[in-house]
Design a protein around this ligand. Structure first.
Ligand code: GTP
Ligand code: MG
Length: 227
């Protein structure tokens, strides 16, 4: 393991409507637990986890879990400025939460001019699978009702298209089965880290150039080859 001080930090936030499963995703990712009980987040919550990316790089992930309820909206949007990356979440069984993603995009743009890495997450995909299983056992007339119900859900193609429009990565996840939960967090952490390393790498290079510019001309000649 690397020296703790050497491990880069990535601050990410969860954003999305109330009940889409923001806290559940974090609980699944950090503690590998899932509960059907709903406990709304009050204000915000803070969690940390040391993770290893697929390339072996360790990252200290600091996760701000925001509250989706309207009364906490200003607290949630306030954390956008503090973040290096965003997990933007909707519930595949509630179309309204998907439609609201564009509103969250506006909030993000209002808070920061920086282009933060964003991963779009369509959560609760187990509910679609559940519906499919039920459907196979149904009679014809019940199938019609189900079709109506499905219309309020979000298809995987709709999620993919939205992500493509904004050049985001996209995952459908389930906190119940665990599918893609780790992948979504690690993908975002990887993008954030890449951006941080580019910035700090660039700064180090700037400092080197400044140092060389301050040298006397003959000293400079000798150093030029080592930039
Ligand atoms: P706020 O804190 O109010 O913003 O809500 P939230 O987005 O943090 O939602 P939370 O994680 O509390 O989950 C809301 C409800 O959805 C809970 O009852 C969870 O059990 C349920 N839930 C979350 N993820 C999933 C999932 O992947 N599948 C299913 N079936 N239920 C889920
Ligand atoms: Mg919550």
């Amino acid at each position: 393991m690397e020296d703790q001080d050497q491990i880069p930090e990535a601050k990410i936030i969860t954003l999305g409507d109330s009940r889409v499963g923001k806290s559940s995703l974090i609980m699944k990712f950090i503690d590998n637990r899932f509960t059907i009980n709903y406990l709304s987040t009050i204000g915000f919550d803070l969690k940390q986890k040391l993770i290893k990316l697929d390339n072996g790089q360790e990252v200290k992930l600091i996760i701000y879990d925001t509250a989706g309820q309207e009364r906490f909206k200003s607290i949630a949007t306030n954390y956008i400025k503090k973040a290096n990356g965003i997990l933007l979440i909707y519930d595949i069984s509630e179309k309204i939460t998907f439609n609201n993603i564009e509103n969250w995009v506006e909030d993000i743009q209002d808070e920061t001019e920086e282009k933060l890495p964003i991963v779009l997450v369509g959560n609760k995909c187990d509910l679609r699978d559940e519906k499919k299983e039920e459907k196979e056992e149904e009679k014809e007339e019940e199938k019609e009702e189900e079709k109506e119900e499905e219309k309020v859900g979000v298809t995987i193609e709709e999620g993919q298209n939205l992500a493509q429009k904004f050049h985001w990565k996209f995952y459908e996840t389930s906190c119940k089965t665990g599918v893609n939960v780790e992948e979504a967090f690690k993908d975002l952490a990887g993008q954030v880290l890449e951006k941080i390393l580019k910035k700090t790498g660039g700064k180090k290079m700037e400092q080197k150039i400044k140092k060389i510019d301050n040298l006397k001309p003959d000293q400079k000649k000798k150093k030029d080859c080592c930039l």
